[in-house]
Design a protein around this ligand. Structure first.
Ligand SMILES: Cc1cc2nc3c(=O)[nH]c(=O)nc-3n(C[C@H](O)[C@H](O)[C@H](O)COP(=O)(O)O)c2cc1C
Length: 306
């Protein structure tokens, strides 16, 4: 009998669907694969308007749900559920978080699950939140695969800004294509056979170790420091904005604008300094950061890791 796989995902531009399609391309005939797309009742328009984009930060960071469409998941006994999502403001995207917090996610109880992340390059805190939600749902996380933009941080910020606010993803004379590199998306096809073998051999408990040896999760120690700094500030600022109202409330516009300006200062002005201090910290705290990297590459969960 063919193993049954359910793929549940949200994608705004289609990048994550492309990643999932590439991953599963080699096993499409070998497994029974059903796809289900998470759709918000009020879709997030793409390309984004600047005001709407930054106004999403508080609800993303505080993981506040919004309504999603009914999912129509086939009633089958799936051997594996693949959850595809993306970070928004270092947190699970609002549509994906809304799914996990809705009763539509209850069927995940007792299911073996892998997460597939399509990010710019900052995904640690989002995955910690997802791990915690999966424990609450009594699902069993057996693997994680991370796709990210390998370009230098500032390059990836510039290209994603252009993509996000104009919809233009393609390379220019001076800048590479935005998002996860096509060659990494294509190379994602190596993961399908790994999933299939683990399913066939009933060895899903060893799946993540095999995925790691196929470089499913690559990260630098500096990411731990940079994400910790950023999420600490985002948590405070999100509460400050929420004091003024919910998403879309004009009363919070001033605070959202302030956040936007500070973020630009952080990214474009303080970023070289921030990278330098993170580099020094990596050197000074090598042992504890190596342990942190091992933790974040893995799938177990401990409270307050960031
Ligand atoms: C509102 C918003 C916030 C984002 N924040 C992050 C982030 O914190 N970290 C990150 O690595 N990528 C971030 N991204 C990039 C997304 O994770 C993702 O790679 C991109 O939006 C394409 O995903 P898609 O498959 O939904 O089109 C953000 C994108 C959006 C739209």
């Amino acid at each position: 009998m063919k193993p049954k796989i359910l793929v549940l995902y949200y994608t705004q531009t289609g990048q994550l669907k492309q990643i999932l399609d590439s991953m599963l391309s080699g096993i499409a005939q070998l497994a029974e694969i059903d796809y289900c797309e998470i759709k918000p009742v009020n879709p997030f328009p793409f390309p984004w308007q600047s005001a709407t984009f930054f106004d999403c930060m508080p609800e993303s960071v505080q993981q506040i749900s919004e309504p999603i469409e009914p999912l129509h998941i086939p009633n089958k006994s799936y051997d594996l559920v693949i959850l595809g999502y993306q970070p928004w403001f270092l947190s699970p995207s609002i549509p994906f978080n809304s799914f996990l917090r809705s009763s539509q996610a209850d069927f995940l109880k007792g299911k073996k699950v892998i997460t597939v992340i399509g990010s710019r390059n900052m995904w640690l805190n989002a995955q910690e939140s997802v791990k915690k939600l999966l424990i609450g749902l009594k699902a069993e996380l057996v693997g994680n695969i991370v796709f990210f933009d390998r370009n230098p941080n500032l390059t990836s910020v510039l290209t994603i800004i252009r993509w996000t606010f104009t919809g233009r993803k393609e390379a220019t004379k001076r800048m590479p294509e935005a998002g996860v590199q096509q060659k990494d998306i294509d190379a994602g096809s190596r993961f399908g056979p790994i999933l299939f073998d683990a399913l066939q051999q009933g060895r899903l408990n060893e799946l993540h170790t095999t995925l790691l040896s196929a470089n499913a999760v690559e990260m630098s120690p500096a990411l731990v420091i940079l994400e910790k700094r950023a999420i600490t500030n985002f948590r405070k600022f999100s509460l400050f904005i929420l004091e003024k109202g919910k998403r879309g409330d004009p009363a919070r516009k001033g605070r959202v604008n302030l956040f936007k300006r500070l973020l630009f200062v952080g990214v474009f002005i303080l970023s070289p300094l921030s990278s330098l201090t993170a580099g020094i910290a990596v050197f000074l705290k090598k042992r504890s950061l190596d342990e942190a990297v091992q933790y974040f590459k893995n799938i177990r969960y401990k409270e307050n890791a960031l």
